[in-house]
Design a protein around this ligand. Structure first.
Ligand code: PLP
Length: 285
């Protein structure tokens, strides 16, 4: 059966889900997106994703066309209509379609809201067992990376470089330090068992999974330090890993073809992944 998408108030088959070529998301990347995971038909950490959505739209002075409560209802209805057990719900809001292509905000134009789902077995993903390789690329993005904007060309190029190298993710480098992954937060575990990840700022997206993993680790008295790290540190680390809604916690076993530790997912990564999966299942809504 064809997937059902949501477009501006209607649930429609994917092949009929369309927006105008004048949509500002298309013309200017003038829009914000969110991706939340689904397990057993329920949303994972969705309040965190919707809080980030509200913050992101606020930062670009874009009013949501629906209330947060209604957006959550639409997410749930879409999950139900697609019989989605495990996967992702993507949502995007743009500043809508005006009559032409003027850069400044249009007046009286309703924002566009679209959503669709995709199937993914996040818990049993094969790469969770093997880990992934990453490649490093310069971070060429704009300086408001805390806004989850649909302007993702730098990440498209970074992740294409990773794909061409047979790697699963790209780590972006600025001033000699890792900012984050193309679509994930970056972590290492130092030789003295400190979990290190860059502190939130406008240099990175505040990952919802990152936030939950840091809180879950601290609750268990694990040592967490929020600071930038270099690739040399990552290569000398006990473990490295990434977090995101679509991967949860996933080991990084090589960087630019050089292995991290023994080239296998380490015990801390496995433990944090288990802890996160447990948290996800218990708090799903
Ligand atoms: N950093 C970037 C640049 C991302 O695009 C993403 C997710 O897409 C993340 C981090 C991870 O964020 P989250 O854990 O909220 O999925």
């Amino acid at each position: 059966m064809e997937q059902i998408a949501y477009v501006n108030g209607s649930f429609v088959p994917m092949s009929e889900a369309k927006v105008s070529i004048l949509d500002r998301g298309f013309l200017f990347a003038d829009g914000i997106y969110e991706v939340a995971a689904v397990l057993d038909g329920k949303l994972i950490d969705n309040a965190s994703h919707l809080a980030r959505l509200e913050r992101s739209v606020g930062e670009i002075s874009l009013a949501l066309p629906e209330t947060i409560e209604r957006i959550q209802e639409i997410q749930r209805e879409l999950i139900a209509r697609n019989n989605l057990a495990s996967g992702l719900v993507y949502l995007e809001v743009t500043r809508g379609a005006d009559k032409g292509r003027d850069f400044a905000f249009p007046k009286g134009v309703k924002p566009t809201l679209v959503m669709f789902t995709s199937v993914k077995d996040i818990v049993n993903a094969p790469s969770a067992k093997t880990g992934i390789g990453v490649v490093t690329v310069p971070d060429i993005r704009w300086t408001r990376r805390d806004i989850k904007s649909v302007a993702l060309l730098a990440q498209v190029l970074a992740k294409q470089a990773a794909a061409e190298a047979g790697a699963g993710e790209a780590w972006m480098i600025e001033d000699g330090k890792v900012t984050e992954g193309g679509s994930s937060s970056a972590f290492i575990l130092t030789q003295d068992d400190v979990i290190v990840t860059r502190q939130n700022s406008s240099a990175i997206l505040p990952g919802c999974t990152r936030k939950a993993v840091v809180a879950l680790a601290e609750e268990r008295q694990l040592r967490v330090e929020e600071r930038p790290f270099t690739i040399a540190e990552a290569l000398a680390a006990k473990e490295a890993f990434v977090t995101s809604a679509s991967l949860f916690v996933q080991a990084v076993v090589s960087i630019d073809g050089k292995t991290v530790a023994n080239g296998k997912p380490g015990p801390m990564t496995a433990r944090l992944r288990e802890i996160y999966v447990e948290f996800a299942k218990q708090t799903a809504t």
